[in-house]
Design a protein around this ligand. Structure first.
Ligand code: OOG
Ligand code: NI
Length: 424
């Protein structure tokens, strides 16, 4: 805040940013995903967005994901907590042969991630619009306990079998429970944080993921992480004895959030990312992806928020400015968004990106894999998209672009009502 002055809080007040976290969990089947959805619904968190990490990653990451979060603007403002939730795709032949699939599905079907009591309280919270404080305490205790790292013994041979295919598969289908694998705080200046963490001797992943630092508006999401620590776990050996060992499954991550992009903005982002990759491939040794990306950004992305709004690339909430004394908001009909913004009649406030990026998520997953695992790309993968995941899990997953678009449209409709005429 000292470095950035008034602009520091443009994308979120210091009280919201310092309270904000996201976590991540991984589950093993559509049935478990449906239970997660029930549990989080009890907290007012709903599935938003679809991420296919199987193709976003060169390593073996056999999952598709969504994120549970509040969708209502006021609820987001009060507590934007979200949980990135990945589901193992056990029938994807690129990763699992038929016997492994069968055993995985049996293993997952036999475990219980959430107690019936926790799920019943979640359902009650939805129906009754909340819980009384005793029930709420009980619900919280049960829910948080179900995300703790399990101390039950892990079958060594089974875990190793899965780990040779994918460390992520082993972390999901080789252990008896799920766990929160990271809890990410949001920061105002991720470059500063990255430098300071490195100076403290913490080994960070080589780069900040997502958009580069540049002079123009911050968009979408920038993230970085550090490697998981080895933690003691108990294993059951093939001869039936137990032994202690270590697993690295919980890691640290931080993020900085920017402006949500429209579908057109998102297409441009993807095209710029691909362009940066192409240029980096031809660049002299030692050139960083971030430096190349910043150059591409300067060529294609408007340098101001107003530019982003007028190009239809970013989402904004529009409101009529408090009219300064003696002036009038009567600008006549036919006024364009551009004139209204330039004359200061309308004010545009950025809508913050509340979701995730598949490529960054894959990078975060990858940063903790010591082994690429194995995948056979001659096999056909199981097709997934937002609709298919909704269908398989039996819950409607919201499209984030629709949510941001609805917020922008509602603000514009309100502004038009206040102005007394439509905005062209
Ligand atoms: C989730 C990784 C993705 C993010 O912030 O993109 C993620 C995981 O490792 O389970 O949390
Ligand atoms: Ni994360």
């Amino acid at each position: 805040m000292a470095a950035h002055g008034a602009d520091a809080e443009r994308l979120g007040s210091i009280s919201r940013v310092t309270a904000e976290r996201h976590g991540a969990i991984r589950v093993g089947s559509p049935a478990e995903m449906a239970q997660v959805a029930r549990l989080f619904a009890g907290f007012g968190m709903h599935p938003v967005g679809f991420y296919d990490l199987r193709d976003a990653s060169a390593s073996s990451v056999p999952v598709v994901s969504t994120a549970f979060r509040p969708t209502d603007v006021d609820e987001l403002a009060r507590n934007p907590f979200r949980v990135f939730t990945s589901m193992l795709v056990t029938d994807d032949r690129r990763f699992f042969d038929a016997p492994t699939q069968e055993r995985l599905e049996a293993f997952v079907a036999a475990r219980e991630l959430f107690s019936p009591e926790a799920l019943a309280l979640a359902d009650r919270s939805v129906v009754e619009g909340g819980l009384d404080s005793d029930a709420a305490e009980r619900f919280l205790a049960l829910a948080t306990a179900s995300f703790a790292l399990s101390t039950e013994p892990i079958d060594r041979a089974w875990y190793d079998h899965l780990e040779a295919i994918s460390a992520v598969a082993a972390d999901i289908g080789g252990v008896p429970a799920t766990h929160i694998n990271h809890l990410t705080p949001r920061v105002l200046d991720i470059d500063d944080l990255y430098a300071r963490m490195s100076a403290l001797g913490v080994t960070m992943i080589p780069e900040i993921q997502g958009p580069p630092r540049w002079e123009g508006p911050d968009v979408l999401l920038r993230q970085t992480s550090f490697r998981a620590l080895a933690e003691p776990r108990t294993f059951r050996e093939p001869d039936g004895t137990t032994a202690s060992g270590e697993l690295r499954v919980r890691f640290g991550e931080v993020e900085q959030r920017g402006i949500a992009l429209t579908a057109a903005g998102r297409d441009l982002y993807d095209a710029m990312t691909a362009e940066a990759d192409r240029r980096l491939a031809d660049a002299p040794q030692g050139t960083t992806r971030v430096a190349v990306a910043a150059e591409v950004w300067r060529e294609h992305l408007p340098r101001t928020e107003t530019g982003l709004a007028l190009a239809g690339l970013g989402f904004f909430r529009f409101r009529v400015a408090e009219p300064p004394a003696g002036s009038s908001t009567d600008v006549g009909s036919g006024a364009t968004l551009a004139t209204l913004l330039e004359s200061g009649v309308l004010v545009a406030e950025p809508i913050v990106y509340e979701d995730f990026l598949p490529r960054s998520a894959a990078g975060i997953f990858q940063s903790n894999l010591t082994d690429e695992g194995s995948r056979d790309d001659d096999q056909l993968g199981t097709p997934y998209d937002l609709d298919r995941l909704s269908e398989v899990v039996g819950i409607a997953i919201a499209d984030p672009t629709d949510l941001y678009g609805a917020q922008q449209a509602a603000s514009l409709a309100e502004a038009e009502a206040a102005l007394g005429h439509p905005v062209d």
